[in-house]
Structures are given as C-alpha cells and as structure tokens.
Design a protein around this ligand. Structure first.
Ligand SMILES: Cc1cc2nc3c(=O)[nH]c(=O)nc-3n(C[C@H](O)[C@H](O)[C@H](O)COP(=O)(O)O)c2cc1C
Length: 317
C-alpha cells in the first residue's frame, strides 16, 4: 500500500499504514479503545501482552476487528512472558505485525517470520541492534533512555543512539523516546528513522483508559519530573516522580519493583499515584493537555511535513 499522506517509506509500506506513527505497547493501557483509535487515525495501533492476561487480550484483539478495518499489531515483551505458547498465541490471532522487546531477538524472530509476520525488535543499544539484525528482524524500534517504561540501566539518549544505529544498519527504524509532536518526528526522520513510536503521549490521550490523575500528573510534570529506578538491579524503569519514587531514586538497596508493583491497578484505574509506579518518559514535561488520538496524530504528521518543507526552503542544498 502506498501512502497518500505525504509519508511513503519502508515503514508505511511494511506496516500498511498511512502515517509512520506507532502507538507504544503498554500493559493494560494498549488495549482496543486506544489501539483502534490509533489505527483509525492512520497510525499503527498495538495491543499489549505484558499484562500477561492472555484471555483478556484475545478478547481485545477480537474487538479490534469490530472497531477498525485498518492494520494493527501486537507486542511481545519477552521479559514478562509467562506463557511459553506466546508465539502461537500471537500467530493464531491473525495479526501481521509484531514488536518484540525486553529480551533476546534470537528467541522468537525465526518462528514469527516463518508464520509470515513482520517483526520489529526494540533495542536500547547498538549491540542490541546488531544482534537483532543478525536474528533476521524486518526493522528496529530504537528506544532512547528518556522514554517511559522498562529501560536499559545504562540509558542512552535517542539523540546519540538513533544516528549511531542508523550509521551501522540498513533495516528501517522506528524512533522511540521523547516523541510527541511534529518537530520531534521531523528530528527523528533527520536522524535516520522512518517512523516514530509514542508512549507517554499515548498514556495522556483521551482514549487512554488510565485514571485521570495519571494524565493530570503528566500534564503537571516538569521535564525533570521522572526518575530512573533500579539502575542497580533489574529491571530498570523510568517513571513519574512521586513521593515514593523520589525516595527510591538513589536507593541502591531496595528493588523498586517489589516495593511498588503490588498495587498497580490502584494506580492505573484507581488514581492513587503513590500506590505503584506510573511508567512515563521525560517528555511528560512537554505534554500540556489531554487530546484525542486523531488530533495528536493529525497535528504531529502535518507539523512534521510543514517543518521539513520549511527547513528545505530555509537551507537549500
Ligand atoms: C506506561 C508504559 C508502559 C510500557 N510498557 C511497555 C511494554 O509492555 N512493552 C514495550 O515494549 N514497551 C513498553 N513501554 C515503552 C514504550 O513502548 C515506548 O517505547 C516508550 O514509552 C517511548 O518513550 P516515550 O514514553 O518518551 O514516548 C511502556 C511505556 C510506558 C510509558
């Protein structure tokens, strides 16, 4: 499918989307209301499996067929897989695009590709990128350490990581970490990406199912209001600064996961911001309102193209 949106590259072609904008997979959040809104807006909606609730996810994927006739994908967050049959599960759902993350790309790529899926693997380092290419992935999601969620404890900013990986591999790249609007998308394209993935911006979107308190905390956050937890152990993660996460930021004794993960639902859907960790990226400092997905994607794409046009005019080669 060729795009009529002004974006026509390997990512739009491989994913069959109008806009090379991917919605991040996020446990309990990346379900059919959010993912279908993204797919209907021309981007790539993704359904999560990191919650481990495969029965619920099967229903979410079934709902997608009613909510959109556009392509959507599934994520396998490998570190959180409890069911060894996860690949068969994903293949059985009939999706055509999968991102794999938080694990060894050698583990599932061959099986997923043999079943006809397009596979992008998420990488936080050049080493990881080279390994994923060797494993035969179709593309990479290159994720900078400023992004929200589980992270490499030795975090590298996207500004360094993306051009580094671009200079060493040929496969298409989707940039993740700090992506929020037209200028960040244009910057990612300039640094060698052919698409972007948004996490924190999608948490804040109107169709995101999480409690308003989390959305409001993102809006209220300064760019310094996230913490990187668990650098000393595994998994490291970036989350919003709250009283409890602030106390854990430089605590090298406590595993923040054990300290905070117990009451995830109280935070996600009950709005108690101190009950668990609100995974979010530094870009929270740039998000100022709750907006519908369609308006986020439309504005992002239009502003990106306008900026690229302006730069070409301002700096003729
Ligand atoms: C709440 C939340 C949950 C996440 N869960 C996952 C996940 O299950 N699998 C995954 O590959 N990435 C996950 N991530 C990381 C995102 O996929 C994405 O790469 C990251 O949020 C990008 O940075 P940004 O937050 O600056 O947009 C999560 C991020 C957030 C904010």
């Amino acid at each position: 499918m060729s795009s009529t949106s002004g974006f026509n590259n390997r990512v739009t072609q491989m994913l069959g989307v109008e806009l090379p904008i991917v919605q991040a997979p996020m446990g309990w959040i990346a379900r059919s209301p959010l993912a279908s809104a993204v797919s209907n807006a021309g981007g790539m909606g993704i359904i999560e499996t990191s919650s481990g609730e495969l029965d619920a996810i099967r229903e979410e994927i079934a709902k997608m067929a009613d909510l959109t006739d556009k392509p959507f994908g599934v994520n396998i967050a490998q570190a959180f897989v409890r069911d060894p049959g996860i690949v068969d599960f994903v293949v059985d759902q009939g999706v055509k695009f999968v991102t794999t993350s938080a694990g060894n790309p050698m583990q599932y790529t061959e099986q997923l590709k043999a079943a006809g899926l397009t596979v992008f693997h998420v990488v936080p380092t050049l080493r990881g990128a080279l390994k994923a290419v060797e494993a035969g992935v179709d593309g990479l999601v290159v994720e900078g350490g400023e992004g929200g969620g589980f992270k490499n404890p030795r975090d590298v900013a996207l500004m360094v990581l993306l051009p580094l990986i671009r200079s060493k591999v040929d496969v298409p790249i989707v940039a993740a970490g700090g992506m929020v609007d037209g200028p960040t998308m244009a910057a990612a394209l300039a640094l060698g990406a052919e698409g972007i993935q948004m996490g924190t911006r999608m948490v804040s979107a109107a169709e995101s199912p999480i409690h308003t308190n989390w959305k409001q905390s993102i809006i209220d956050a300064a760019e310094t209001d996230t913490v990187m937890l668990n650098r000393h152990t595994s998994p490291a993660l970036r989350a919003l600064r709250t009283e409890r996460t602030n106390a854990l930021e430089f605590d090298t004794e406590t595993n923040a996961m054990t300290a905070l993960v117990g009451k995830t639902m109280d935070l996600y859907f009950g709005g108690d911001m101190e009950a668990a960790v609100a995974l979010s990226g530094q870009v929270a400092g740039r998000i100022e309102s709750i907006e519908p997905v369609a308006s986020i994607l439309e504005t992002c794409a239009a502003d990106c193209l306008a900026l690229l046009g302006k730069l070409a005019a301002d700096y003729p080669s």
